[in-house]
Design a protein around this ligand. Structure first.
Ligand code: PEP
Ligand code: MG
Length: 322
């Protein structure tokens, strides 16, 4: 098996009947990019920027952030890279940023909510990311969008950041794509509305599962309820992919489900265009794609979407994924 995976590593991800799929990697620093290249990753579908903000005493300033993003862009060697703005709160805290204790931190002050509330900090990050775009293909992605106002407000701040850079005569690319994570059920259900606001969606199944099923993703007592194959979760995912296609925007997935071999055919059959995962998983997922057809994946999708329980769905997917 190891030999087979080595062989597929540098092949493009194309099904036996010619459907081309993009395989990206999730990273949290420039250092992760060696692994991405080694495993045949075609780019970065999710650059989690939190690492730069953790384990220190103050917020990194614009220069330091710019250095961090630019390093990753250069290390990506011309491959596209989607940089996600800060996603702190929930379980991720910063010693120097006073997040008050909350009864439900995952339902509280986190991610884009903090960025929109602290516009000064948000501007610094956006300017730093924009500046990095002068060195390679960069997209910006906003986490935890729950309604259309948040994405519009985030884009307004992004435009302010662009204006500030232009006025200061600082270079950035004029082709920075803007996308959002779909990881809250309201966003998945209103994908048709949100699609008009962005260039791409990336489905965050880790949080989407948590919020759809009301299951804390960190609580070990209820891990058996944390289930991406719940028909409710699958319907949301399918809706996002279909609405993306309808409105002509690119749809990827950067949650853990994208690296689950049991889910590969199903997601392919739903029409998912881009799978983003830890670099080490890429060859396994690519191997499944190369050895299957889109026609079969669509059949699998039809079967699964007609089933009434995740037990049946998982049993069926196990049977056909041999
Ligand atoms: C997700 O929620 O699926 C996701 C990719 O974001 P994170 O795991 O960083 O919350
Ligand atoms: Mg998330």
């Amino acid at each position: 098996q190891a030999e087979v995976l080595k062989e597929v590593k540098d092949k493009p991800a194309i099904t036996a009947d010619g459907k081309r799929v993009t395989l990206f990697a999730n990273i949290s620093s420039a250092e992760d990019l060696d692994m991405v290249h080694d495993n045949g990753g075609e780019g970065v579908g999710l650059f989690r920027t939190e690492m730069l903000f953790m384990d220190r005493d103050t917020f990194p300033d614009e220069e330091e952030q710019f250095g961090f993003y630019k390093k990753a862009v250069l290390q990506a060697k011309g491959k596209p890279i989607i940089i996600r703005t800060i996603d702190i709160g929930g379980d991720k805290h910063l010693s120097y940023f006073n997040l008050l204790p909350e009864l439900n931190p995952f339902l509280g002050y986190r991610a884009i909510r903090i960025s929109l509330d602290q516009e000064g900090l948000f501007m610094v990050q956006l300017k730093a990311i924009l500046r990095a775009s002068a060195f390679g293909p960069v997209s910006i992605m906003f986490p935890m969008i729950s309604n259309v106002k948040e994405i519009r407000d985030a884009k307004l701040v992004l435009n302010k950041a662009k204006t500030a850079l232009i006025e200061a005569g600082i270079a950035f690319s004029d082709d920075v794509k803007v996308g959002m994570m779909i990881e809250i059920p309201s966003a998945a259900v209103t994908a048709d509305i949100l699609a008009k606001e962005v260039d791409f969606f990336s489905i965050g199944t880790n949080d989407l599962c948590q919020y759809t099923l009301a299951v804390d993703r960190m609580n070990e007592k209820i891990t058996h309820l944390y289930d991406p194959f719940n028909p409710g979760v699958l319907r949301l995912i399918l809706n996002v992919i279909e609405q993306g296609r309808e409105h002509n925007i690119h749809v990827g997935m950067c949650g853990e489900m994208a690296s689950d071999p049991l889910a590969t055919l199903l997601l392919l059959g739903m029409g998912l265009a881009e799978f983003s995962m830890s670099a080490a998983s890429i060859p396994t997922i690519k191997n499944i794609m190369i050895n299957n057809t889109e026609v079969r994946a669509k059949q699998v999708c039809r079967q699964v979407m007609a089933m009434d329980s995740s037990d049946k769905i998982i049993a069926y997917l196990k049977e056909i994924t041999q």
